[in-house]
Each structure stands twice: as structure tokens, then as C-alpha cells.
Design a protein around this ligand. Structure first.
Ligand SMILES: NC(=O)C1=CN([C@@H]2O[C@H](COP(=O)(O)OP(=O)(O)OC[C@H]3O[C@@H](n4cnc5c(N)ncnc54)[C@H](O)[C@@H]3O)[C@@H](O)[C@H]2O)C=CC1
Ligand SMILES: N[C@@H](CC=O)C(=O)O
Ligand code: NA
Length: 439
């Protein structure tokens, strides 16, 4: 190592909050790669404290035992910390700790999408007031560089659409169900064991995690503040083996998608964000995203189509994104500058799900007798939903009509399904799933 290249820089003091799946990898890599990171920053990064919930737990880390503390609030308010890394997760105490860190002059790196989607505005305002950085590459799609490209590389372009698989746990589960016929709970257990799932995996399987990421992506892409509440959310708990089979019969696969779009409306441009399971054709690049991998498509006016692909979850991949941010904010501290803040100048109207337009796959359990198909088709026509294909599965008491529509408004499709459920000859509308990706 050529020590002279950084010896002029004073060490930058780093505090780590949380030492779980991600935090322990961050601590391990910071320790192992200390000299290399010092070269890249131009000054050594000195890990001065690690806040944990419990002391005395066996940790396979080569760091001095006296770095560990249960006093996270005391650590961030010391006043001599340059960079705070928050990988505790959740809303509190993470929010208070980040605000205190900024207030005490530290820049912050966080992987906490739940907090950013709930109350990013407060954090960004605090960072701006403190003239410090708030970086969060790990918060969306793990290791994949997507926050920086949207925040910086595409800052001169106009993003029209962001479509992606942004949750590793649910992709892992759906992939296992599709390829090996693995049961839902078994696949979830494995995703938890591998460190992909959130502390409470409900956040993954009910789509909250992906919706938080969709809110962050929409904010970055459309320069409009979006929160979790602005994103329509459906998880994967209702996806059945029958849905997966039905998708396969159509040459499709089921994925949990995040779709953030800019739309022209009579009142001007508006945006919408939604997260839900969808069938996509096997020929679509997202269909081949396996396991806990993520992929994000970005469509922008001048650049055209861009695709970002890589590991979306797990300790080491997420630590890669965290450390990339640590190096960036540490360089900024050394040069006494700070990077981009929140960009919300466009403040576009946020459309609700009723105004989203896509295609639908609807499975209807019906009586197997003459006139049923005509009556069902009539219900679709009544709400201006055009049918693209229809097939009958089974017969007698097992008869099912499987209908795929052309593009329709979500509100019109919902009204159709409500009407179908009222019909005598319809025993159940057993599945409604959107079909995306140019089918
Ligand atoms: N695991 C993954 O693949 C990814 C995780 N993330 C995010 O990274 C963050 C951390 O995730 P994981 O490491 O997976 O979670 P984790 O549950 O493994 O680790 C969190 C750690 O924080 C500790 N903790 C909780 N409250 C604390 C407090 N008051 N003071 C000190 N420590 C406290 C817990 O004991 C735990 O060890 C979350 O925001 C998560 O959403 C982001 C991308 C990927
Ligand atoms: N639980 C998340 C972790 C990364 O954000 C996921 O499964 O993607
Ligand atoms: Na990322």
C-alpha cells in the first residue's frame, strides 16, 4: 500500500448501528478491507462503535469487543462521528437515531426502505439543514446500483417508467414454487435462513417491502414525493399452485412486480405506482430472474430502455451497496461537499389504482351449462372490458372459464368481477391476476 496517498487525511470516524445480517457483513468488510477503503476514500475509515441490541452474543467478527455498545443514542450524539451507518431497520428508533446523527454533524448511510418510504421527507429535510449526506443505495434492490443511476446518471433525462422485481424473498418463493413445486412455507423458511427476508417476513410476502421500494423509485424517477400509502400493494400470499399452472399453460410465469409509471391525463402528467403479482411471458427478460435476484427496467425519453440486474438481498450483496455509499459520503466529508438531496420539484398528481390500465387473467368457477359463456362475456362487455382469449378448464362441478382480457382500466375490471360474483351461474371468481410485459 502507498500510505502517503492518504496519510494527509485525518481518519474518518464511522459508527455502525445494527449488527444483524447486513451490519455484520459491513463490519467484516470494513475491517478486512480497511487499507483498500482508505486508499479509495483518501483517509482511513475508523470504526469507532457498533450499536447492538444485546452485548455478549457470539459474533464471528475480528473487531475489538469494546466497540460494541447497547447505547445507540449515545453513540450517534457523541459529536465526533463523521459517518453513521443505520442497518437496524424499522421506523423507531431508526428515525430518531438518523435525525440525531445528522443533527450532530454526521452523514448517514441507510438501507432502511421502510423508514424512507414512511417519512423520507423529514430525513431529507434534516440532511439538507445539516448540510450532510443521506445515501441509501442498499434500500432498493440490494446490491444493484439503481438509486445512484436514477439520482445522478439519469438526472438530465426524463424517466417514463420503472418496472422491476425488487423483492428477493418473494422472487425466491415464487421461483421455488414454479420450478420445484416447493410449498409456500417451506420456500419462505429457506429465504429466512438465507438472510433474504425482513425481520418480520410479512413485509416481504404482503408486498410492503416492494411497495416501499416502489415509493422510493417513483420519487427518484419522477421528482415527486411518494410514500408507502401512495403505492397500491398486493402480496403473494394468495398466489396458488393453480395460478402458477395457469400461467405456465399460457407460456407465462408469475412474478411480484413493482410498476411505477408516468401517464398523460386530461389534467396533465401524473404518476402511479403499484406492486402486485402478475403473469409475464416467458420471453420477457424479467421471467428469467431467478432466486433472490432482482431486476429493474427503466424507460426514459432519451436513453431508451435500461436494465439493471443483480442480487437483491442477502448480507454480503447489501453490504456492497452500503460500503459504496460509505466511500462516497466519506469522500464528500473529506472534500467538505455533499451529494444530491431529495428532488421533488415536479410534484405530479398521484393516480389511484382504479386508473391503472393493464390486461387481466380471470379464473371463474361456473355451472357447466348452455348460456353461461354468453352471460359471462356479457358481464365483461357491460363494463367495456374486451376479452382476448377464453378457454374452459374441467367440466361438470369442476368447470372453470379462464379469460384473458385486452387492456382495461383497473376500476372497470373490478366492477366486472363484482358483477360476476353476483351471478347465479358463477360459483366463485377464484383468481384475478394482472398480465404484464407485452403478452
Ligand atoms: N437482509 C437483506 O437482504 C437486506 C436488508 N436491508 C435492510 O437492512 C436493514 C437491516 O436488515 P438486516 O440486517 O437483514 O436485519 P437484521 O434483523 O438481521 O439486523 C438488524 C439488527 O439490528 C439490531 N437492533 C434492533 N434494534 C436495535 C437498537 N435499538 N440498537 C442496536 N441494534 C438494534 C437487531 O438486534 C439486529 O441484529 C433493514 O432496514 C433492511 O430492510 C436492505 C436490503 C437487503
Ligand atoms: N427482504 C428484502 C431484502 C432486501 O431489500 C428482500 O427480500 O428483497
Ligand atoms: Na441498490
Amino acid at each position: 500500500m502507498n500510505a502517503s496517498s492518504w496519510s494527509a487525511g485525518r481518519p474518518l470516524r464511522v459508527a455502525l448501528l445494527g449488527c444483524g445480517v447486513v451490519g455484520s457483513e459491513v463490519a467484516r468488510l470494513m475491517t478486512r478491507d480497511a487499507e483498500e477503503l482508505a486508499q479509495r476514500v483518501g483517509a482511513p475509515l475508523e470504526l469507532v462503535g457498533i450499536a447492538v441490541r444485546r452485548l455478549g452474543r457470539e459474533r464471528d467478527l475480528d473487531v475489538p469487543a469494546d466497540l460494541f455498545t447497547t447505547d445507540a443514542a449515545g453513540l450517534v450524539s457523541r459529536g465526533d462521528i463523521d459517518v453513521v451507518i443505520e442497518v437496524i431497520g424499522g421506523i423507531e428508533p431508526a428515525r430518531e437515531l438518523i435525525l440525531s446523527a445528522l443533527d450532530n454533524g454526521a452523514s448517514v448511510v441507510t438501507a432502511n426502505k421502510a423508514l424512507l418510504a414512511e417519512d423520507g421527507a423529514t430525513l431529507f429535510e434534516a440532511a439538507e439543514k445539516a448540510e450532510r449526506d443521506l445515501y441509501f443505495e442498499a434500500a432498493v434492490a440490494g446490491a444493484i446500483p439503481i438509486v445512484r443511476p436514477l439520482r445522478e446518471s439519469l438526472a438530465g433525462d426524463s424517466v417514463e417508467r420503472v418496472l422491476g422485481i425488487v423483492n428477493g424473498t418473494t422472487n425466491f418463493i415464487l421461483d421455488a414454487m414454479t420450478t420445484n413445486g416447493t410449498g409456500f412455507s417451506e420456500a419462505l423458511d429457506e429465504a429466512q435462513r438465507l438472510g433474504y427476508a425482513e425481520a418480520d417476513p410479512t413485509a416481504d410476502i404482503e408486498g410492503f417491502d416492494a411497495a416501499a421500494k416502489a415509493a422510493i423509485l417513483s420519487g427518484l424517477a419522477f421528482h415527486t414525493r411518494m410514500t408507502l400509502g401512495d403505492v397500491h400493494r398486493e402480496g403473494i400470499t394468495e398466489v396458488s399452485a393453480a395460478d402458477i399452472r395457469s400461467a405456465s399453460e399460457m407460456g407465462c410465469v408469475v412474478k411480484l412486480l413493482a410498476i411505477c409509471e408516468k401517464r398523460d391525463t386530461p389534467d396533465g402528467p401524473a404518476v402511479s405506482a403499484r406492486v402486485h403479482p402478475a403473469m409475464i411471458p416467458l420471453s420477457h427478460p424479467l421471467a428469467s430472474v431467478r432466486g433472490a435476484y432482482n431486476a429493474v427496467f427503466v424507460e426514459s425519453e432519451s436513453a431508451g430502455q435500461l436494465m439493471f440486474y443483480g442480487p437483491g438481498a442477502g448480507g454480503a450483496p447489501t453490504a456492497s451497496a452500503v460500503l459504496g455509499d460509505v466511500v462516497s459520503v466519506a469522500r464528500n466529508r473529506r472534500n467538505d461537499v455533499f451529494g444530491p438531496g431529495e428532488s421533488t420539484h415536479a410534484q405530479l398528481e398521484v393516480l389511484d389504482i382504479g386508473r391503472a390500465r393493464t390486461r387481466y387473467h380471470v379464473a371463474i368457477d361456473v355451472d357447466d351449462r348452455p348460456g353461461v359463456l354468453a352471460a359471462v362475456a356479457h358481464a365483461f362487455a357491460e363494463f367495456d372490458v374486451s376479452i382476448r382469449t377464453v378457454r374452459q378448464e374441467g367440466s361438470g362441478l369442476d368447470a372453470q372459464l379462464v379469460i384473458v382480457t385486452h387492456e382495461a382500466d383497473d376500476a372497470a375490471l373490478s366492477a366486472t368481477v363484482a358483477a360476476l360474483r353476483e351471478m347465479d351461474m358463477v360459483r366463485d371468481v377464484s383468481s384475478v391476476m394482472r398480465v404484464e410485459g407485452g403478452f
